[in-house]
Write a protein of this length. Sequence first.
Length: 369
Amino acid sequence: MKRIFLSYLFALLFFLPLSQGCTKRIPGIPVKELSPIISPKQAATRSLAMKEELAGMSEVVENTVFTEKGGYPGYRIGPLDVLEITFWTGSEHKTDTVVVRSDGTISYSFVDNMPSAGLTAEELDNRLTKGLSAFVRNPRLDIVVKEFKSKTALVLGEVGVLRVPYYEAGSGKVFLEGKTTLLDLLVLAGGYTKDADIKQVKLIRGGKIYYINLYDIIYRGDTEQNVIIDDGDVVDVPELPEYAERVYVLGEVYRQGVYRLEDASDLMAALSFAGSFTGTAVEENTLIIRGYQSGEKPMVLTADINAILKRGDIRQNIPLVEGDIVYVPRSTIGDVNEFIINTIPLLEYLLYPGEYRDAYWQSQDLRFK
């Protein structure tokens, strides 16, 4: 099926109408004048506003899971948490286990229905000590959370499995035990697998979706994306697409095809994988089509490969980004607008195959009605 798809794709490109015998160079953007840009997918998913939101979410000092007192985070007690309360009498002590009720209250000794949800262990200790003071002289208590069961985050996708005494993590719920960053959460879930697309991790909070580049957090120290997890958060670590991040090399080359961006990271590397030019190629008018989105006009860049090979102009050898289409024409292209119009069906088929397929079958249905 893939072979049929690529054969159709290359045939479509072969018959693209091009201006024959025109001597005017295509008025695209010369690559040596191009400012560094990020991947079109990154640009679409991580806007400046989203980056600022993520930065704020990475610096919070309290949420529904924890609160900071004196610079130290304390866990907020909630329903179904299991508390261990130790009552001291001199050097002797008695320890009891208490479960926080669904309404957020507990009963202990002479004190009934004391509200505890939202309090830290220290705050509950102070309130319960004050309550017992009406019945016991100088009560001394120690309260710790024995089992954390009230706050959870859901982790989905390409994560491992980690078994601990109180829960089994992995693709599923992870119980939060206090201030937890995104990296902390993924460690609790067993880490990401080798097939994980860590540059497109999705965080869902309150019905809003945030895209996070985990690679930047781990390898570039971008702590502003390492958000603090809140109760009810959903983190989805997607699987890498079949070709992972990819670029396309088409036109007058010996091996047209789809190549991994990891291998074809710049223009010359991509052309090397494609077996270099054919005898009819116009190398000085090599094009890079970048950032195409359905219904919008893409950016068209021009590169003079002869300038690289014969004059050593390495400015022409630009880094490629995901989704770039490198096209080596057989003749000089005169009108960039006409070229784009003629190329749009190819771009739709290449970059949005699902939508192209649906549109095709819809047209067939209308045809036979």
